[in-house]
Design a protein around this ligand. Structure first.
Ligand SMILES: [Zn+2]
Length: 346
């Protein structure tokens, strides 16, 4: 048998019913703990959306047979699947028996896979899916149910209608609005689709954490001498549309053949005339000036001949006769962005 690729397979995904109108048989009984009914479609739609994402991630093509919130007729759902000639039809539902909560242990429970009595590939897929569904949240496995249902009888491809729990079971009703349960059902059905077609199931990627650009080393500062266009990469023709204005100052993190990289990762070119003045940062930050301890007898305060001046990047911060005062001002300057700190005797 030749290997099938997921890209060659199209899956019809059907979320049973619609959100409105909220027909009594298609919602939970009133649930005191949350103060509302849960429409069946609220669950069906959520699982279908997760399932579609799962299937697409695995490479399958997907046709939604009942898009949007409105209810679609059974005939239109079947027609969409048949017109698109999908390879497999999956319908998501939640079961109900009598529409009442009868108390713990008294309500029906569990999941089931409903197929046309003719069985065939529908039955093969249904059994694989039940195997996966049984691995998740602990629920009763009600097995394959062969019965005449409109959508499974009239679709021309293998078709399975899943009832993933009971709306009139208090515990399972609350599972309907549990996002992890919804995702789990979708994932288990997607795994079953992959197994059915013998294609690899691709797990969801964990969201990537964006690392702070701590490794970036600032090489210097560029001050724009005129408006300078910003480039997406270090070549002409990649303008982003953004422009730095004359007078803007930007730190530069890499220099490569006339292209200067900004913190954002974008570039400005130094050629084509003079776009900016670049002032490199000295390769090593200056050591904080050591303040030599004074002999005790010289600790007389205010002696004008002991004044020392602090200069940060050429700018005079002040002159101080008192050691503590001097130290405090130097430390303050160190917290800021600086290139050079000098302390000189006045
Ligand atoms: Zn239903």
């Amino acid at each position: 048998m030749t290997n099938i690729r997921a890209e060659e397979i199209e899956i019809g995904v059907d979320d049973g019913h619609g959100l409105a109108p909220l027909t009594p048989g298609k919602r939970t009984p009133f649930i005191q703990s949350i103060g509302r009914f849960i429409p069946e479609n609220e669950f069906n739609k959520a699982v279908a959306a997760y399932l579609i994402a799962e299937l697409k991630r695995c490479g399958f093509k997907v046709v939604e047979t009942a898009p949007g919130d409105a209810d679609h007729s059974l005939a239109s759902r079947v027609k969409r699947a048949n017109d698109a000639k999908v390879d497999l039809f999956i319908s998501i539902h939640y079961n109900a028996l009598d529409g009442k909560f009868d108390g713990p242990g008294k309500d029906p429970e569990g999941f089931s896979a409903h197929i046309d009595p003719s069985g065939g590939q529908s039955e093969v897929f249904a059994k694989i899916a039940l195997k996966h569904l049984a691995k998740g949240t602990v629920q009763k496995n009600r097995g394959v149910v062969k019965q005449q249902l409109y959508v499974t009888a009239n679709t021309k491809m293998p078709a399975v209608l899943f009832e993933l729990g009971f709306m009139d079971n208090n515990r399972e009703a609350l599972l309907m609005i549990d996002k992890s349960f919804q995702q789990e059902c979708a994932q288990e059905i997607a795994m079953a689709v992959c197994e059915f077609y013998k294609v690899p199931y691709i797990t969801a990627q964990k969201p990537q954490t964006i690392k702070p650009p701590a490794s970036l080393v600032k090489l210097g500062t560029a001050k724009m001498l005129r408006d300078v266009p910003v480039y997406g990469s270090a070549k002409f023709g990649t303008q982003t549309g953004a422009r730095l204005k004359k007078g803007d100052v930007r730190h530069i993190y890499a220099i490569n053949r006339g292209w200067y990289q900004l913190f954002s990762g974008e570039f400005i070119p130094s050629n084509y005339g003079k776009n900016f003045d670049f002032e490199p940062i000295p390769s090593k930050k200056p050591e904080p000036p050591k303040v030599a301890p004074k002999p005790a007898e010289e600790k007389s305060i205010g002696t004008k001949d002991k004044l020392r001046r602090v200069i940060v990047d050429g700018k005079r911060i002040g002159s101080f006769g008192d050691e503590e005062n001097l130290e405090r001002n130097v430390l303050q300057a160190l917290k800021k962005d600086f290139k050079k700190i000098e302390v000189e005797d006045v």
